[in-house]
Design a protein. Structure first.
Lengths: 368, 693
């Protein structure tokens, strides 16, 4: 790109990443167009309009200085925790679980918690003196920061989001440099706790999902139906897929949630292994860009935030794809930028906005 | 690294971060590879499995019932074929306004309210693309009316299918059996989707049942693309059906129908065999149900009428009816006597009664026949001659000959149930009753009463074997060559007996009424009467009651067996008329046998003979059946609701109801058999042969 022709602030945007994101989202809209039976309505059009609004918003967010994120991190976190409590108290009952707060527009506070937990944890380790890193006081406040919203979200109940909040927080804790043995011990504790949690903490439908995941063929027309049909869609796509608008699993409604959580299966049926690998590669490149932003950052907060947010995007993609391919239980995490729906799209674009802001900061520092 | 130096701890933190961030990035990329690998496994390695699953999701097959193979007679005339059947179905998925459409259909097809209710129920339970039957066997006017209104009836599908048709109706009922909707149990056993396809019928009885595999064929399939909710999206290529294979029978369709008509109002059966091959030319059991209406599913009324009838129309009497063969065994007795060394010229004096021990055995002729030799004893059907001869010889010498000519034998025929009766001897009695054989047993058996039981087919086989001198095996499927070695009897003996049988009909014997209408072809045969009640001493003293004055169930069975032409046997016949009682001459065995045999040599003469008498019986079979159904309906009129409700037509003749009817018919006989062993009462047993002179 010729710098002399393009205004300097525009040239400073990470265009390669933005093009990659636009490519993913555009492909997503193509898939939604097909999922609607070859129609822009009801999904592809609104998804596209919303996406470009979010892109604009993210670019605007990139002008917010890193300092503002640092100072706002904990207050925003506190506000979201309060909102989560409000949801618990007065939230409208919807779809068997309380996730929404109806305030003129529907608000799902747990969605904001995904980036907020990263910012909050990053801010905490930013405040923590370097010498304290290997002490116990480096652990318990972070555990509290993660545990409170995670439990509130689990109570809604929304297992997927709770998992992602935990994972996002834990990533920051890991990156902050606390002793590795804590993580090894934590992993072991998790291995012990999981069966117990499955038995005592989870709701019936959640427990079912886990059990069905372990043996999907046991109940092909019941709860395992989603996974079975998703695997059929992916498996019947083969290497090059059945062709655009040729998917039968999605068009004949055998694939449930083919435009939301299972949109990857809809895509894979028509575009095959090739489409799937390209999509995975694109996501990995976007995430790698985010990690690299973190590597290049020059404040502790920026480093932890950047890598943490990139990993949040990773968890979205990884959990969704694992679920769709039958290597994880159905937990209701959409595929960002591709699945129809505003929440995940918004969260990911918010993450990218913050990442671009940090990236801008990095370049300024380099230029300094 | 960064420009300005920082405190050591900060730097260490930074270093730790970049190491761990690198680790994280690597792990993420690694997981990306895992996902790609997993996807590759599903999409490439297991592609076939999932493609098949996807295809079976997408495509739904609606089976089209195959056309059933025909049953044709020896000349290629259809005995059971398929008639174009106009039917109307509803494809639930395309139905727009169910109530309006059903109302129009009810008007157009004149559907009873019960049927509309049934359709409503079926529609509720049906998958969207699976047709629901509205009506089958719709006549052309109604079918055309529906077609005209088709544009206003979305979802209604008038189609042309095929339904089973038996041109001869009741005349072939017990030969072919009938077809019907498969039962729920049959579907549960095989889970063959064809069994629940609308319009598909399965063989329920007779040849239709035993030849099911051959006749069924392979269903065609209408392949349609459907959504997960069963909504029809598109119609794909249709696979045509493969019709079942045609089965040629040895039956002569014309003879079969003629024999059925000639039996008239009798409850009886007739079998005609080819004396050269053993092939069955006719196998008739009357009265019978109409297999055409059975195949559509019969009404309760019709079913009740059939099961109430004392003429047991649901039973195939040819293979399932067992009767004491009576005097028809006398030619066979003669063979046994000759074989044991009795001279054909040896005479016995018949005084009309024979005292054996404490009992007295009577001849059917009150005054006795005087002195007779074997030939005349057969011609006059003298009981005393055979009492005396078999008393001397012992029945154990007769039984092997009885078996050799086919009595008590089971034949390899494609009918589900055959009852094959009894040829008793001392061993048999010891096994069965743990008792000794008595002289009285021998005497009863010698006139085909007592323990002796045979079915009409065996009578015909006996005639064919005596006529041909060979061990013929009856067959009904064409082109079945069966070995028929010569009978283990001397041909002079057989010739003597054949001459006697010629005499029965043509030489002043008891069967004079059977003399053929054609002068150049003679019939040889033997009449028989089987008593189903005991004649008490007092009754005999005051004169044996005439059959006409007895209730139907107590009248004698009338039997006949014979072959023609007498000098060169081509055809053999067996006729058994239940409780006929020899009351009406043109409905008695000799004339019926005569006309059936005449049909084989001079068809026109036989038809003329039938045309003379048929009107006196109330018309042909269909007319009489319609009349009796109407009168039954009138008698049952207070219950009109039952008429509309269809049964599935599950009425196989080996059902318990028919078994019971059969047993009832024979249980009088069994009672007689039971008492005949006991001394004095035996004395009262005797035949009441009717003399035609």
């Amino acid at each position: 790109m010729n710098r002399s022709l393009v205004p300097e602030p525009l040239a400073r945007l990470p265009w390669r990443m933005i093009l990659l994101v636009v490519a993913i989202a555009t492909f997503g809209q193509v898939v939604l167009y097909s999922a609607a039976g070859g129609s822009m309505q009801p999904w592809a059009m609104s998804q596209g309009v919303r996406f470009y609004m979010f892109v604009a918003a993210a670019i605007m967010l990139s002008y917010v200085p890193e300092r503002a994120w640092r100072q706002g991190a904990l207050p925003v976190y506190a506000v979201i925790v309060v909102l989560l409590i409000l949801v618990e108290l007065i939230g409208a009952v919807r779809g068997g679980s309380q996730r929404w707060l109806d305030m003129g527009i529907r608000l799902q506070p747990s969605e904001f918690m995904k980036p907020a937990i990263v910012l909050a944890c990053a801010r905490f380790y930013d405040l923590l003196p370097a010498g304290e890193t290997r002490k116990f006081s480096a652990i318990w406040p972070a555990a509290l920061l993660i545990g409170v919203p995670a439990l509130l979200i689990l109570k809604q109940p929304d297992l997927g989001t709770a998992l992602m909040v935990c994972a996002g927080g834990a990533t920051v804790v890991f990156l902050s440099g606390v002793p590795l043995r804590l993580f090894v011990g934590g992993a072991l504790a998790l291995a012990v706790a999981t069966p117990l949690a499955v038995n005592f903490l989870l709701h019936d439908y959640q427990r079912n999902r886990v059990l069905i995941f372990l043996d999907p063929e046991s109940d092909p027309l019941g709860t395992g139906y989603h996974i079975s049909q998703s695997k059929i869609a992916i498996g019947s796509g083969g290497i090059f897929g059945k062709g655009f608008l040729q998917g039968t699993q999605s068009h004949l409604d055998y694939l449930p949630e083919g435009h939301t959580d299972f949109v990857f299966a809809t895509m894979a049926e028509e575009w095959g292994l090739v489409g799937g690998c390209l999509l995975i590669l694109a996501f990995i490149l976007v995430i790698r860009w985010g990690i690299n932003v973190g590597q290049a950052a020059n404040t502790r907060f920026a480093r932890l935030t950047a890598a943490g947010l990139a990993t949040t995007i990773f968890f979205y993609v990884a959990i969704n794809l694992s679920m769709v391919m039958g290597i994880a239980p159905v937990v209701g995490i959409p595929l960002p930028l591709v699945s129809f729906g505003s929440s995940a799209q918004m969260t990911v674009m918010l993450c990218l906005g913050i990442l671009m802001s940090i990236d801008r900061q990095n370049r300024r520092t380099v230029r300094w | 690294m960064k420009g300005t130096p920082r405190p050591v701890t900060e730097a260490m933190q930074s270093y730790t971060f970049s190491r761990r961030a690198w680790l994280l990035g690597t792990a993420q990329a690694g997981f990306g590879l895992v996902l790609a690998g997993r996807m590759g496994w599903i999409a490439v390695a297991q592609n076939r499995k999932y493609s098949d699953l996807s295809e079976s999701n997408r495509v739904n097959m609606t089976l089209m019932p195959p056309r059933r193979g025909w049953l044709i007679d020896r000349h290629g005339v259809p005995i059971a074929n398929n008639r174009t059947d106009f039917r109307v179905d509803i494809i639930p998925d395309r139905l727009v306004d169910q109530d309006r459409v059903l109302a129009s259909l009810q008007r157009l097809l004149a559907l009873p309210p019960e049927e509309v209710e049934r359709i409503r129920l079926d529609l509720k339970n049906a998958a969207g693309f699976q047709p629901v039957q509205v009506a089958e066997n719709v006549d052309w006017e109604h079918f055309a009316a529906v077609n005209v209104h088709l544009p206003e009836l979305p979802g209604v599908a008038p189609t042309r299918g095929f339904s089973r048709h038996y041109p001869a109706g009741a005349a072939v009922a017990h030969l072919t059996g009938y077809v019907g909707v498969p039962s729920a149990e049959q579907y549960q056993k095989s889970h063959n989707p064809l069994l629940v396809t609308p319009g598909f019928k399965i063989g329920k009885d007779g040849l239709e049942k035993t030849l099911e595999d051959r006749l069924r064929g392979t269903p065609g399939a209408k392949r349609v693309e459907v959504t997960a909710r069963g909504k029809l999206v598109a119609e794909l290529a249709t696979r045509p059906d493969v019709p079942g294979r045609t089965q040629k029978l040895t039956i002569d369709a014309g003879l079969q129908e003629y024999a059925a008509r000639r039996l008239g109002t009798n409850s009886g059966s007739a079998v005609v065999l080819d004396c050269r091959t053993g092939e069955m030319l006719a196998m008739v059991s009357m009265p019978a149900y109409d297999p055409n209406s059975f195949s559509d599913g019969i009404s309760h009324l019709e079913w009740n009428m059939l099961s109430d009838d004392d003429h047991v129309p649901l039973m195939n009497k040819v293979t399932q009816g067992l009767y004491p063969p009576g005097s028809t065994v006398k030619p066979m007795n003669g063979l046994a006597l000759l074989r044991a060394g009795v001279s054909p010229s040896e005479r016995v004096f018949c005084s009309g009664a024979l005292r054996v021990g404490t009992g007295v055995f009577h001849c059917h002729k009150r005054g006795g026949h005087g002195p007779l030799d074997l030939k005349h004893a057969i011609m006059q059907s003298c009981d005393i001659f055979f009492y005396e001869m078999v008393r001397r010889l012992g029945y154990d010498h007769v039984a092997p000959v009885a078996r050799a000519v086919g009595l008590g034998q089971k034949f390899d025929l494609p009918f589900a149930s055959q009852r094959y009766g009894t040829v008793p001897d001392s061993q048999w009695k010891r096994r069965k009753y743990h008792d000794d054989w008595t002289v009285a047993d021998s005497l009863n058996a010698s006139i085909g009463q007592g323990y002796v039981l045979a079915n009409p087919l065996q009578l015909a086989v006996m005639a064919s074997r005596i006529g041909s001198g060979r061990t013929l095996q009856p067959s009904i499927l064409a082109d079945q060559v069966r070995d028929s070695p010569p009978l283990p009897l001397q041909s002079e003996h057989l010739q003597t007996i054949r001459e006697a049988m010629w005499g029965v009909v043509n030489g002043g014997g008891t069967g004079g009424a059977a003399r053929m209408l054609t002068p150049d072809v003679a019939l040889a045969g033997k009449t028989g009467t089987a008593q189903v009640r005991r004649i008490t001493m007092t009754e005999r003293a005051s004169g044996v009651l005439k059959n006409g004055s007895l209730p139907f169930k107590l009248r004698d069975h009338a039997l006949f067996m014979g072959f023609a032409p007498a000098d060169n046997p081509r055809y053999a016949i067996g006729v058994v008329l239940e409780h006929n009682g020899h009351t009406v001459r043109n409905l008695d065995t000799p004339m019926i046998a005569r006309d059936i045999m005449t049909y084989l040599v001079d068809r026109d003469r036989a038809i003329a003979s039938l045309a003379e008498v048929e009107p006196t019986w109330g018309g042909d079979i269909a007319t009489r059946m319609a009349a009796s159904q109407a009168s039954y309906k009138a008698a049952q009129s207070p219950r009109p609701a039952a008429v509309a409700t269809k049964t599935d037509g599950v009425v196989p003749t080996d059902s318990a109801a028919v078994e019971a009817a059969t047993d009832l018919a024979n249980q009088t006989q069994a009672a007689l058999t039971g008492t005949s062993a006991a001394g004095d009462t035996v004395a009262e047993t005797g035949s009441t042969e009717r003399s035609d002179e």
